[in-house]
Write a protein that binds this ligand. Structure first.
Ligand code: GDD
Ligand code: MG
Length: 342
């Protein structure tokens, strides 16, 4: 039977100043009244039973995550697992697997990021079911989105021969290539972007951990006698992408039939928001004069903008971002500098 592990531990630095350590992207309401995490959980419940849906998050966010799940269904509050510290996605997945194998040692598992916008839920259901069928045949399954531009923040998947309708053999998985490589990938027309969701059956996944991540395998083997709080912090900090997907050969990619956006920066938020007749996406107490094609967002106090075009202005009670739309990638540098000062 199928299980889902929803990863909700990221800190979403590229949406500063709204997304902070205390309220990362997946927990803030975006594109409606529900948070991206809540939207992800509801989507998972279309395919998986509530008791098979797990949410893994950092200890500091457990309270907020539980509250958000309770608002959907009281029973879900029991499904939240806390990491003592963030050690990236591979240890987080193993934490979820620990619970899953206790109930179902032969489980197939979907790993879902909590901070993406997905449209066309029916397409999502169909694709997950196609993925489950491939996982049952021993494949490690990813979901590919047409690579539209040389974005360096994504994983790239080179597709080979078709294995089933809409499903391809994977010739190569390359996580976060440099710009030149990403350009070549896009130009070849043979690559998908990795949407960040994974699907596998437990036996194959643990075998891959044993082969490629021996330190994690040792912890996994001894976990019953090791207190989590002390052991977890010394686990390697590694993602599923670098730790497993880049190395594993038996892989299949399902061509995504859902709409996907990882909302990685403010420009993506602008793109998805409703615009006024001048192309401005406006939220909160905002006055705009002779402004066009801006994102103008206030979550605290009045924001007045005059004669601006193609800008991102985001105001919160204690911090403001002003940035040309084509430089939004640099917001993470701001966060880096501020953290260094803090
Ligand atoms: N519980 C937990 N603990 N969750 C985590 C942790 C952690 O330590 N670190 C990250 N996450 C969550 C994030 O909240 C997000 O939902 C998901 O795991 C993926 O982590 P990101 O940090 O956002 O990964 P990425 O965006 O750099 O790259 C991944 O996603 C891309 C698509 O958006 C990769 O899978 C790429 O290959 C992919 O293209
Ligand atoms: Mg991400």
């Amino acid at each position: 039977s199928g299980h889902a592990i929803i990863l909700a531990g990221g800190s979403g630095t590229r949406l500063w100043p709204v997304s902070r350590t205390l309220l990362p992207k997946q927990l803030m309401p975006l594109g409606g009244d529900k948070s991206l995490l809540q939207q992800t959980v509801l989507r998972a419940l279309r395919v998986f039973a509530p008791k098979n849906v797990w949410v893994v998050t950092n200890e500091e966010h457990v309270f907020e995550v539980r509250a958000q799940l309770r608002a959907l269904d009281q029973a879900l509050t029991a499904q939240v697992l806390a990491e003592p510290v963030g050690r990236n996605t591979l240890p987080a997945v193993l934490l979820g697997l620990d619970r899953i194998v206790a109930a179902d040692p032969a489980a197939c598992v979907a790993v879902l990021p909590s901070d993406h916008m997905i449209s066309a839920d029916e397409g999502f259901d169909t694709d997950i079911r196609a993925g489950l069928a491939m996982a049952a045949k021993g494949y490690f399954v990813t979901f590919g989105v047409e690579a539209a531009k040389p974005e360096t923040g994504y994983g790239y998947i080179r597709r080979g021969e078709p294995l089933a309708p809409g499903v391809f053999e994977v010739l190569r998985f390359a996580e976060k290539p440099d710009l030149e490589t990403a350009r070549a990938f896009v130009a070849s027309g043979e690559y998908f972007w990795n949407s960040g969701m994974f699907l596998f059956c437990v036996a194959e996944f643990i075998e891959a951990v044993q082969r490629f991540q021996p330190a994690l395998a040792v912890w996994w083997k001894n976990r019953a006698k090791t207190p989590l709080a002390s052991a977890y912090a010394s686990l390697p900090d590694i993602s599923v992408d670098y730790g497993i997907a880049e190395r594993l050969t038996r892989q299949a990619v399902v061509k995504a039939s859902f709409g996907w956006d990882d909302l990685g920066n403010w420009e993506a938020i602008y793109r998805l928001d409703d615009k006024d007749e001048c192309g401005n996406a406006v939220e909160g107490d905002v006055l705009a004069l002779d402004c066009e094609n801006n994102l103008l967002l206030s979550r605290g106090g009045k924001l007045a903008a005059v004669g601006l075009s193609d800008m991102i202005v985001v105001q919160t009670r204690d911090a403001t971002l002003i940035c040309p739309k084509d430089q939004v990638q640099r917001v993470k540098d701001v966060v880096g500098i501020l953290k260094g000062q803090g």
